[in-house]
Design a protein around this ligand. Structure first.
Ligand code: GDP
Ligand code: GDP
Length: 453
């Protein structure tokens, strides 16, 4: 049968969910005006500066794709603050801590002409206890005249300072060689308890994705739209929720309004798909005050088929009255039968209602997605279930379930080894009982059967 072709090794590879854009991240930190943005532009290989000389512009943390010597990685520009902001030292230290939690390597940029300031010293103190590799960059070394200033930066206790001129490109090749030395091949993201989890924010146009992202990340992000010369496509956004960083993947499309050119919908759908694939969990936004549409269900299918964890957020709840609520309950019963395990949150990106409930929902979904049931426990349980409710006879014979194992996580995938074919109905029964016993709220699970002759 088709099922017996399921290969154990395939299942393991399938279940990883890591095949897409799993590249490491380099964070660039330092106080304002040391040349971080200029250096980021240099690294990603763009001539035109995205540097804004506009005071008060708060850029948030965005990542850009880079490639050096054939290796791909993301560069995370941790952004600027108002130069006169109070508590600058604290802000830079916080930025460094965030980088320690999210990046695979960190560049601390210091202005070699100015030398180490007390803020530089404070951030170096934070970074000295970093488990993430740190490389010290002495920027604005436009010629050989600053060598003694550079040497003085050894005092920061972060090892050798790398002299560069971000504007001219001097020294950046050597710096990037060192970066590749220090960057691991694979990102730490996705490791439970490691880096930030990857979230795809998906849903049909006008459902409120941009509004929610703005709400979650604070409204300063909208400034980004209006800054002339912001020519580089940000790939992802790092957003802090519940005191932890989360990576919202491919939010570029949310920042720029999607064009209405022909084929735009097709490309938007491709983009949604690749965002889901790059993510570990999706937040599917559905407009609660309008009937659930075919388009909503298409995006839902994409998430379910891709095997990612899922949180369904019914948005625009501020517009939902009692009548609509009753209608919605009916639509949910009819249209969302496919994902009874998905958690639902009723939110308003507009008022902020219940937006805080997204974090526990994401946590639960990811915990389920990562869950592994020990083989012994699984089989003890299975034996009882099968004894109480044996599979139906096939061709006068009772298929025997000999053994079960969880072949992979993300999503949890179980394989039943049997002596005969198991009907889809019985497999669904096993899946239901698995959920009841082990709780996989928010995550799809897969049950497949391997028939042993
Ligand atoms: P950020 O606030 O750390 O992102 O710094 P920017 O990249 O905005 O740079 C601050 C100022 O320093 C800008 O006026 C840049 O043109 C300038 N700058 C950046 N890198 C260099 C460099 O290597 N040499 C010189 N001379 N100026 C630089
Ligand atoms: P996107 O296309 O999914 O990014 O949707 P937008 O964030 O651009 O939102 C589309 C429209 O819906 C905008 O006019 C928003 O102001 C509005 N909107 C978004 N969220 C809410 C909400 O929770 N309540 C209400 N009343 N309007 C909302």
């Amino acid at each position: 049968s088709e099922e017996s072709e399921w290969d154990y090794a395939d299942l393991e590879a399938d279940g990883e969910g890591e095949a897409h854009i799993a590249v490491p991240t380099l964070a660039v930190v330092g106080r304002p005006n040391v040349g971080k943005s200029t250096l980021v532009n240099r690294i990603i290989g763009r001539r035109e500066a995205v540097v804004e000389d506009i005071p008060g512009v708060t850029r948030d943390r965005v990542s850009y794709e880079a490639n050096w010597a054939g290796r791909r990685f993301l560069v995370q520009d941790t952004g600027g603050w108002e130069p006169d902001a109070k508590g600058l030292q604290q802000a830079v230290a916080r930025q460094a801590e965030l980088a320690m939690g999210t990046a695979d390597a960190i560049l601390l940029v210091v202005d070699a002409v100015v030398g180490a300031t007390t803020t530089d010293e404070a951030v170096a103190r934070v970074l000295r206890r970093s488990k993430t590799p740190v490389i010290l960059v002495a920027n604005k070394v436009d010629d050989g005249r600053t060598e003694s200033e550079v040497a003085a930066l050894w005092s920061l206790g972060l090892g050798q300072p790398y002299s560069v001129s971000a504007t001219h490109g001097r020294g950046t090749g050597d710096l990037l060689d060192e970066v590749l030395e220090k960057l691991p091949e694979t990102p730490r993201e996705g490791i439970p308890g490691g880096g930030p989890r990857r979230v795809a924010l998906v849903g049909k146009p006008n459902v409120g994705k941009s509004s929610l992202l703005n709400k979650l990340s604070g409204d300063e992000r909208s400034v980004v739209h209006n800054v002339a010369g912001t020519t580089v496509d940000p790939v992802d956004s790092i957003v802090e929720l519940g005191g932890r960083p989360w990576r919202f993947v491919d939010t570029a499309g949310l920042r720029k309004r999607v064009s209405h050119a022909s084929g735009a919908e097709f490309y938007a759908s491709l983009r949604t798909k690749s965002a889901i694939e790059a993510a570990e969990v999706a937040i599917l936004l559905i407009d609660a005050h309008e009937p659930i549409t075919e388009q909503d269900l298409r995006v839902l299918s994409m998430v379910a088929d891709t095997g990612r964890a899922l949180v369904i957020a019914f948005n625009k709840w501020d517009l939902v009255d009692e009548d609509r609520r009753l209608m919605l309950d009916k639509e949910v019963d009819r249209d969302l039968v496919r994902v009874p395990w998905a958690q639902r949150v009723n939110i308003s990106a507009h008022t902020g209602r219940a937006v805080a409930k997204l974090v526990p929902a994401l946590d639960t979904a990811l915990e389920s997605w990562d869950k592994r049931i020990p083989t012994g426990r699984l089989n003890t349980w299975l034996k009882e279930v099968v004894a109480a409710t044996p599979p139906p006879m096939r061709g006068g014979r009772l298929p025997r379930i000999m053994f079960a194992t969880q072949a992979s996580t993300r999503p949890p995938t179980f394989v039943l080894f049997t002596t005969g074919f198991l009907e889809a109905g019985y497999r669904r029964f096993i899946e239901r009982r698995l959920r009841e016993e082990f709780n996989f709220d928010g995550s799809p699970i897969r049950v497949s059967v391997r028939v042993r002759e």
